[in-house]
Ligand binder design. Structure first.
Ligand code: ATP
Ligand code: MG
Length: 555
């Protein structure tokens, strides 16, 4: 990983100051996912930020599963999150589970009760909502607010012992129902939920609320800079209140940054889960998904995602990034890494009528012209080839420089060929074209006799290896975000998000391995699908096409 590439941002500036002023000796950050889904590219932004800051300042970064809500959490998600963070190139210092701190959280709640700063409340969820007030109206005190410390201790103990049903009682912080910040109006900090937990089993039937648990988790781990997204800005006063009133020894500080939004992309675990559960996609790692595992299967590299996250920067204002920006970085990354090759997506048979029958010659082709050290590959040439259907037209428009009757083109790495004739089937489709080649025009021979305007790609037919190509467009149409609220985002699925073609690739591709990446001449970058490339089957996912109207903004 590059070290010189640290883009400055406001959180980094705070850290520099904190270290300089001696407010902290070592910075400790954490990435705290809830294991209720797979990670997405938005999470990658947070992962990169937390881990790269820790690395740059020789501090530490923890991976912590924020697993305080037993209902939605699952071991499958825990495993996938670990895999994704590692794949992105990061190593955590500590691997923690918030649920391991349940006992300590319980004890800290008792500290609050003993100080008269928390009380057991019998109002139900709806009554609590109704008495909370609004932005313009104050809240009302709960009738249970003045319970004695002894009574609260006893009731809280009975809550833990399972004497109450779900929702029957809660523990609330006792702060100020008149506070202009609604989060300080006696928020609920513990609830009863008779639900087994993926880590603690049935040890607990009361669970802490996120807003209470999170600051305690940070304080226990000695997190110095607790970085979260902007929605939590209004929670910061409560975060500080919890750390102070529960008398945590170490005092973490929360900093908020703008979450990542991408055009044509849903970025909420709930919606992504819906796509999976309703079978709209082929699992969490469907190549169209913005999940880390989906991007991996699509063919994105960790480097491209890290560079993207670094370049979009860290700000305090929400905005939406063009998803073409991510495409730009994968092109940049693969340009020098990916071998070049040729593949035919929609085959049309070509017969070279003046090439001897039964003969095959092997031609040299550069593996990557931008990296000569990558060497050469050998590709066969013979009397029968495949080209793209689009590279022949019976009646071409002006400025069509590819094959048509009487026209000559260059076959990449091979010879000039000229079209003389073609064959149609009963339905009128061209099924075969007949050409002649000119031996003198062999690629690399220095031939300068005449020029042609078109260069097309091809694959020799008798050695060609069948392959499937999967071409992708965004899963979600652009209007989906605007239509939020009216109906479901599922009404805005792009019907062309996947198009499949059965084609051919060069013979040296027969041993292609899952996740191998190539630049197919004139088509784009493709990745061998990790799920379906097996048992002699080859499936290529389009990562990104070669060209884009997108230009990197000048900075
Ligand atoms: P979602 O809304 O997709 O379910 P979440 O915020 O509920 O995401 P968590 O597992 O709580 O998911 O997120 C873990 C961390 O990742 C949090 O610190 C959160 O702020 C951060 N994060 C989540 N989504 C984004 C995003 N789009 N951009 C930047 N950071 C994000
Ligand atoms: Mg969350």
């Amino acid at each position: 990983m590059e070290n010189s590439n640290h883009t400055s941002n406001f959180i980094r500036n705070i850290i520099v100051e904190d270290l300089k002023e001696g407010r902290v000796n070592e910075i400790i950050t954490r990435f705290p996912p809830e294991p209720n889904g797979y990670l997405h590219i938005g999470h990658a932004k947070s992962i990169c930020l937390n881990f790269e800051l820790a690395k740059e300042f020789k501090g530490r970064a923890n991976l912590r599963f924020d697993d305080t809500n037993p209902i939605k959490e699952d071991q499958e998600y825990v495993d996938s999150i670990k895999q994704d963070v590692e794949w992105l190139g990061f190593t955590w210092d500590e691997l923690n589970f918030a649920s391991n701190y349940f006992e300590e959280m319980y004890n800290r709640a008792i500290v609050l009760i003993n100080k008269g700063k928390a009380f057991v409340c019998d109002l139900n969820a709806e009554q609590i909502r109704e008495t909370r007030g609004t932005l313009t109206e104050p809240g009302q005190n709960s009738p249970y607010r003045d319970r004695t410390v002894e009574e609260n201790l006893e009731l809280f103990d009975r809550m833990r012992k399972g004497e109450f049903g779900n929702g029957e009682k809660v523990l609330r912080a006792k702060i100020d129902m008149l506070s202009p910040n609604i989060n300080l109006r006696d928020p609920v900090i513990y609830r009863v939920s008779h639900t087994p937990h993926h880590n603690t089993g049935d040890q607990w039937c009361i669970y802490p609320m996120y807003a209470f648990a999170h600051p305690i988790e940070d304080a226990i781990e000695g997190i110095t800079h607790s970085i979260c997204t902007l929605e939590f800005e209004d929670q910061r006063p409560f975060y500080d209140w919890v750390v102070a009133e529960t008398e945590m020894e170490k005092v973490p500080h929360q900093y908020e940054f703008a979450r990542l939004n991408l055009t044509n992309t849903v970025m909420s675990k709930r919606k992504l889960k819906q796509l999976v559960d309703e079978g709209v996609v082929d699992g969490w790692d469907d190549p169209r998904m913005p999940t880390i595992s989906g991007l991996r299967r699509r063919g994105f590299t960790p480097e491209s995602i890290r560079t993207f996250c670094r370049e979009i920067g860290v700000t305090k204002s929400n905005g939406t990034i063009d998803s073409k920006y991510l495409d730009y970085f994968i092109r940049e990354d693969l340009k020098l890494k990916a071998p070049r090759t040729m593949g035919i997506l929609k085959p049309l048979k070509v017969v070279i009528t003046n090439y001897p029958e039964g003969e095959v010659e092997w031609l040299d082709a550069e593996i990557n012209p931008e990296v000569p050290e990558m060497g050469l590959r050998q590709i066969p040439f013979s009397r029968e080839l495949y080209i793209e259907q689009d590279d022949f037209m019976e009646n071409p428009p002006n400025k069509y420089f590819r094959l048509f009757p009487g026209n000559e083109v260059r076959l990449k790495h091979a010879y000039f060929i000229k079209c003389n004739d073609f064959v149609k089937d009963e339905a009128g489709n061209v099924v075969e074209i007949h050409c002649t080649y000119d031996q003198e025009t062999k690629s690399g021979s220095g031939f300068t006799g005449r020029k042609v305007k078109g260069t097309i790609h091809w694959v020799e037919a008798t050695h060609a290896v069948p392959a499937e190509f999967r071409l992708y467009e965004p899963l979600i149409l652009d209007e989906a975000e605007e239509a939020e609220g009216e109906g479901s985002f599922l009404d805005h699925l792009n019907p062309n998000s996947i198009v499949t073609e059965q084609g051919f690739v060069e013979p040296n591709m027969k041993d292609v391995q899952p996740q191998d990446k190539f630049q197919f001449f004139r088509h784009g970058y493709f990745n061998a699908d990790s799920k379906y490339t097996k048992d002699g089957n080859i499936v290529f996912n389009l990562i990104v096409s070669l060209k884009s109207s997108f230009e990197l903004p000048k900075s």
